[in-house]
Design a protein around this ligand. Structure first.
Ligand code: 6PG
Length: 482
């Protein structure tokens, strides 16, 4: 029996993905650096299934049908390069290697090119959905060597989550060339950071201003999950808030408030800066994790100040919180999708933003009803300037933003740090302002550094320098862009 596809790397994501593929009628070759993991699996969950175990790389490669399809489910970074190096001598032209980890898209870009020269198709594929997603249907974002898609398409379509009215639209599609698959997964994760931070800020107001019990909060999130905020992250938040430990105490109350991260949020922010896109909400979400990790400093600093307290109406505030969360979420996705568009233009990936929204509707961590509205907006106008100017989102934002303003006031008056929500409002207001104070900023730049400015009454692209102090020269410094 030869494997239709091989999964190499048998930690929980690899194992669950292999089980998912096998359950769809495929034979799966399985391998791992330490073979005891494979042995244990074959004696347990793998006993009955169509798995081909292997206990060395040579055995693994020769257990596959040709042209071979190998999916690596290993830690991102240098381990991927080392594993590719160990597989390469055993492969033949036309074989495919898929990297299903959270690799940096620049590494994927490099690997696609390097392997193309050797006749090997390399695919960098985002896989989202965590352990359960891998087992029951993740959202899959493959990109790289397009030649590989025909050979892996059926498997990916079969194992992915399904979305849509009839629940039959696969949450996978060919994303594009080079590192685009991993790039899209990176932005997915950045958006995930934003969603999580927004929910956490909402929780802070509920807990610290309204003094709601965990039960009450869980109830609110459960109710919200039936409306415009319907999403996996809101759903699990309700579960988390209600969960008790073995002592009968709410578990979340005993969890240390130090957030960790593995890098995809940071990569999103770095890319946003490189593309000159103001992805402020995700940036604040990354900073919020960093600030949270400074626990010892915060404990000391907290002793120095007293948090202000201001009375609020409970029911009114809960209503406003729902609107604030919804408005901020719309802003966050508008920023994330603008970044996708900018990167797609620069790298010439031709990303289909409607399709990306569509494959995020199911399986992945940010899955939500709301992504269907985003899909519709981009299907209607693939060149949409910004999600916030789409008819539907413009109207929704107009309704919800008043709640966001109220919550900002509540947060400010009660000393609750709400960096993601504040950044959402600042972006919303800034984006909708015809005249920003940047005229003054340009004047300052020209004053001290002769950096020049454009005028409102002359053609764009024509730059002027003024001798502000009467002591400057006539020479302006060079003009350069972000
Ligand atoms: C997913 C998740 C997954 C992982 C994150 C966690 O889409 O399934 O995003 O990829 O849980 O990488 O990232 P942090 O450890 O940085 O929060």
């Amino acid at each position: 029996m030869l494997g239709d596809i091989g999964i190499y790397g048998f930690r929980v994501m690899g194992e669950n993905l292999a089980r998912n593929i096998e359950s769809k009628g495929y034979t799966v070759s399985i391998g791992n650096r330490s073979s005891s993991v494979i042995r244990d699996f074959m004696e347990g969950k793998g006993k009955e299934g169509n798995f081909v175990p292997s206990y060395s790389m040579e055995e693994f490669i020769s257990s596959l049908k040709k042209p071979r399809k190998i999916m690596l489910m290993i830690k991102a970074g240098s381990v991927v390069d080392a594993t590719i190096d160990s597989i390469l001598p055993l492969l033949e032209e036309g074989d495919t290697i898929i990297d299903g980890g959270n690799s940096n898209y620049e590494d994927t870009e490099r690997r696609v090119k390097a392997l193309e020269k050797k006749g090997i198709h390399f695919v960098g594929s985002g896989v989202s959905g965590g352990e359960l997603g891998a087992l029951y249907g993740p959202s899959i974002m493959p990109g790289g060597a397009k030649e590989a898609w025909d050979g892996i398409k059926d498997i990916f379509m079969d194992i992915s989550a399904k979305a849509g009215k009839n629940g039959d639209e696969p949450c996978t599609t060919w994303i594009g060339a080079g590192g685009s698959g991993h790039y899209v997964k990176t932005i997915h994760n950045g958006i995930e950071y934003g969603d999580m931070q927004l929910i956490s800020e909402t929780y802070a107001v509920m807990r610290d201003v309204l003094g709601l019990s965990n039960e009450e909060m869980a109830e609110v999130f459960t109710r919200w999950n039936k409306g415009v905020l319907e999403s996996y992250l809101v759903e699990i938040t309700a579960d988390i808030l209600g969960e008790k430990d073995e002592k009968g105490e709410y578990l979340v109350n005993s969890i240390l408030d130090k957030a960790m991260q593995k890098g995809t949020g940071k990569w999103t922010v770095i890319s946003a800066l490189e593309e000159g896109q103001p992805v402020s909400l995700i940036t604040e979400a990354v900073y919020a994790r960093i600030l949270s990790s400074m626990k010892d400093e915060r404990v000391e600093a907290a002793k120095l100040v007293k948090r202000p307290v201001s009375e609020v109406d409970k029911e009114e505030t809960i209503k406003n919180l729902e609107m604030a969360l919804y408005a901020s979420k719309m802003v966050s996705y508008a920023q994330g999708f603008s970044l996708l568009k900018a990167a797609s233009d620069r790298f010439e990936w031709g990303l289909n933003l409607g399709e990306i929204a569509s494959i995020w509707r199911g399986g992945c961590i940010i899955r939500s009803a709301f992504l269907d509205d985003i899909r519709k907006a981009y299907d209607k106008n693939p060149k949409l300037m910004n999600l916030m100017v789409d008819d539907f989102f413009q109207k929704e934002l107009e309704k919800a933003v008043s709640g966001l303003r109220e919550i900002m006031v509540t947060g400010v008056r009660n000393g609750i740090a709400m960096p993601a929500m504040s950044s959402a409002l600042a972006y919303y207001d800034g984006y909708h302002t015809e005249n920003l104070p940047a005229n003054l900023l340009q004047a300052q730049r020209d004053y001290f550094g002769a950096h020049m400015f454009e005028r409102i009454d002359t053609a764009r692209g024509e730059f002027f320098h003024h001798d502000w102090s009467g002591q400057g020269g006539n020479t302006a410094s060079t003009v350069y862009k972000v």
